[in-house]
Write a protein that binds this ligand. Structure first.
Ligand code: URA
Length: 200
């Protein structure tokens, strides 16, 4: 294992994946409250995340932020992380061994956060956490119970935000899934059409 920060949510040093060590300029850790009700899990950092040091700050991030706002959430209400924390070369999918190398960090983040719902953004995180092949477009919006490190977790399959950029017909699916995530985490619609987080 690499080294973690005090909260054990952030990896400060890791050299387990030679190809990713070569292609990254930094380790991109999860962001957001350490007690968030929702954990969004992406695939891995892209170029903008690698330079910005935060998940989903590029075009996909803008789509995600807009979608969250539509269902009454803000980025700071949720935690966002990735299956791998270092940018794969040429933005290729992370390899099996790289996913496995980073798995412990993700599991620890899930355990410490203990979210009401884990939202997997796209095929890679959905398959990684469910341990089976997933037809994301078909299965988006589906909630599944899955054991992660022995603990039952509620997982919601979602299309990757970037999918809506390639295929506009996915926008509705994306938004409906975020709506479902908000419901599962107890976000309620108030009279003014505004939404709020339970207990806030
Ligand atoms: N896509 C991802 O899967 N993760 C990011 O952090 C950015 C884009």
């Amino acid at each position: 294992m690499g080294e973690m920060d005090e909260s054990e949510l952030c990896v400060t040093e890791c050299t387990r994946c030679p190809a990713l060590v070569d292609s990254r300029s930094r380790i991109v850790n999860g962001t957001g409250p350490e007690d968030a009700d929702m954990l969004f899990v992406g695939e891995g950092p892209g170029a903008q995340e690698d330079s910005g040091g935060e998940p989903f700050v590029g075009r996909s991030g803008t789509v995600l932020d807009d979608g969250l706002r539509t269902v009454g959430l803000e980025r700071q209400d949720i935690r966002i992380t990735n299956c791998v924390r270092c940018r794969p070369p040429e933005n290729r999918d992370p390899h099996k061994d790289e996913l496995a190398n980073c798995r412990g960090y993700l599991e620890r983040e899930i355990e410490l956060l203990d979210p009401d719902v884990i939202v997997t953004l796209g095929k890679v995180p959905s398959e990684h956490l469910l341990g089976r092949s997933v037809a994301v477009t078909k299965e988006a919006g589906t909630v599944e119970d899955v054991r992660i490190e022995g603990t039952p977790r509620r997982l919601l399959i979602c299309v990757h935000p970037a999918a809506t950029l390639y295929d506009r017909s996915q926008e509705d699916t994306f938004e409906a899934t975020l709506e479902r995530a908000a419901e599962l985490a107890g976000v309620e619609e108030s009279d003014g059409g505004q939404t709020r987080l339970d207990g806030f």
